[in-house]
Design a protein around this ligand. Sequence first.
Ligand SMILES: [Zn+2]
Length: 113
Amino acid sequence: MIEGSCHCGAVRLTLPETPEDLGSCNCSLCRRIGGLWGYYRPDEVGVSDPDGRLTGYVQGDATLTTWHCATCGCTTHWSPRDPAYERMGVNLRLFDPADWEPLPRRLIDGASW
Ligand SMILES: [Zn+2]
């Protein structure tokens, strides 16, 4: 299991293992965030937010909520708005670089969707 947190530590995330690769997406939101996404089933990801700092942002097409910490601003993850969709993305940049820097990066051309 690996654990990461936002900069201020209010939000903590746990993952069962590192992902096989990281998604780097050039869509209008991801390119601004600069997130490197690892993909998991929602039931694999632990999200701890005891002080209720997570704030959601829903993009225009309303399929995802992108979450950030209201205190320090770090984007932590995105989750599907449809609970039947069994995939979410976690920003691996919140984890120890030793866990994710060696992983291959897959460019996702979200800007063209
Ligand atoms: Zn924070």
